[in-house]
Design a binder for this molecule. Structure first.
Ligand code: AHR
Length: 506
């Protein structure tokens, strides 16, 4: 029996990070691979509804309580004409999607997607094309989606069978415009001016919308953080959020390095906050810029090397269908903890993506849908992580990595979230150590009369174990943790390499 390491956390009801915006539990669906076609939409499927959407997939999405979905891309959007996806389906053009070298039939477009999302009580976070297009198309699109009838584009929507506006509140102006791979990639000055003018005009059409400007595509971009500073300097007054994107890889199969990547995510957030606050001060602005972490996930199983896949000019090709293992679920849990720890500034976050394409939900055409390992930490955070984020004080043994040579990575990571009125407290905790358990104590201050409701543990004898169509419940969480409470302290043994959710109630 390996001796447990000792780790401690303190949660004080008065030490608050901030209110958690529900949109932090958002996700992303792009017209890419089998996310839409054969993912959420498959008219020939035995479980499809009358509109062609798969009810088995919708049920899994409902389980996750996804509050908002970013749509329709991603790289796809930078070559997309929204007009191709509205009106009678039989009249819609079949086009080449240049981002993923696939065929886009446009069977699903704005109205179908908004209708489906509305049924599931999910808000849409819409992205406009600033790659091949500009202000004119963006303003027309906002009118089409949000304006009451009586003018050209709003009346066009009514003619397309949608009298009531979709009332989309959150809009992204472009996607990853700093990336050389992006269709219509631009230098920061050019993009910053275009984003500012586009946002300005979109807000004239609908002053109630909020706008996300494209920050760097990843922290490792050579232009980070100057891109973000330049763009914000030009557009600060017209936008509400700046985007961040991160994809985790484990090409060298080094678990210690891999699980430290959430530490990098944390410092990426802090750096972007610093940029935002620098520009705020420079402008003498009253408004605080918030962060939209609108693409994050593990993405490497499907791409040996960093080669960008293409779809071979097929409809719904099998693109980047990563099969996730237990290690990935633990890292995803760490990412959720990181987002919650920064809930004062991160107001929107989108797990990229939701179905088939680097996704928690997988489907087979004319077959079943199942939950990948990463489904579970996302589910737990979404169900039990809402309310107020508490600032955790953590004392833990640490380890060093090659990825972050100067940072001591704690074996324990965690956060507390509370819903005070409901008398609910949740502790999310990860043991990064694959070799020994953590003897965990969480001292609670201001939570007298709270009792343990359950201790959910996700652990696996095989860190590489995955869920598949044949074995969909190979790695699942169990409510068999040993958490107990005594005199204001929660005690639990956190198994090696585990994701833990300890739920308490008054
Ligand atoms: O999510 C897959 C792709 O990753 C998106 O299209 C793009 O925005 C990012 O590079």
């Amino acid at each position: 029996m390996v001796k447990a390491k000792i780790a401690k956390m303190v949660l004080d009801k008065d030490f608050v990070v901030g209110e958690i915006d529900d949109r932090i539990f958002g996700s992303f669906l792009e017209h890419m691979g089998r996310a839409i076609y054969e993912g959420i939409y498959e008219p020939g499927h035995p479980k499809a509804d009358s509109a062609g959407f798969r009810t088995d997939v919708s049920e899994l999405i409902k389980e996750l309580r996804v509050p908002i979905i970013r749509y329709p891309g991603g790289n796809f959007v930078s070559g997309y004409n929204w007009e191709d996806g509205v009106g009678p389906v039989e009249d819609r053009p079949v086009k080449r999607d240049l981002a993923w070298e696939s065929i886009e039939t446009n069977e699903v477009g704005t109205n179908e997607f908004c209708g489906w999302a509305g049924e599931l009580d999910i808000d849409v976070m819409m992205t406009v094309n600033l790659g091949t297009r500009g202000i004119d198309e963006a303003r027309n699109f906002v009118e089409y989606c949000n304006s009451p009838t009586g003018t050209y584009y709003a009346d066009m929507r009514r003619e397309h069978g949608e009298k009531a506006p979709h009332d989309i509140k959150l809009w992204c102006v472009g996607n990853e415009m700093d990336g050389f791979w992006q269709i219509g990639h631009k230098p920061a000055e050019e993009y910053g001016k275009l984003a500012r003018e586009t946002a300005k005009v979109m807000r004239i059409v609908d002053p109630t919308i909020e706008v996300v400007v494209s920050g760097s595509s990843l922290r490792e971009m050579p232009t980070f953080p100057q891109w973000d500073a330049t763009v914000l300097d030009l557009a600060y007054e017209q936008v509400d959020y700046i985007s961040l994107h991160t994809y985790f890889t484990n090409f060298d199969n080094n678990l210690k390095n891999y699980l430290a990547l959430s530490v990098g995510m944390e410092s990426y957030i802090k750096s972007v906050v610093a940029v935002c606050d620098y520009i705020k001060e420079k402008h003498g602005a009253l408004k605080t810029m918030h962060l939209s972490f609108d693409e994050y996930n593990v993405w490497y199983h499907s791409r040996p090397g960093m080669v960008t896949p293409t779809g071979g000019w097929q409809k719904a090709p099998h693109l980047i269908e990563d099969v996730y293992n237990h290690e990935d679920a633990v890292l995803l849990g760490l990412s959720m903890i990181t987002l919650l720890k920064n809930a004062d500034r991160v107001k929107v976050a989108c797990l990229a993506q939701l179905v088939n394409v680097i996704a928690p939900i997988m489907t087979r055409a004319v077959g079943p849908a199942w939950r990948q390992t990463i489904f579970y930490p996302y589910l737990h955070a979404s169900l039990y992580g809402r309310g107020t984020a508490l600032l955790p004080s953590i004392q833990s043994p640490t380890y060093m990595t090659q990825s972050f040579p100067v940072i001591e990575v704690p074996f324990l990571d965690g956060i507390g979230t509370m819903r005070e009125e409901a008398g609910e407290l949740t502790i999310f905790a990860v043991n990064r150590d694959a070799d020994s358990p953590l003897d965990f104590t969480c001292e609670l201050r201001g939570f007298s009369a709270y009792k343990i409701l359950e201790h959910i543990v996700m652990v696996s004898d095989d860190p590489k174990a995955v869920n598949t169509e044949e074995n969909p419940d190979n790695v699942i969480p169990k409510k068999d943790g040993d958490a107990s409470i005594d005199g204001g302290a929660v005690k639990a043994l956190l198994p090696p390499l585990s994701w833990n959710v300890i739920r308490l109630k008054r």
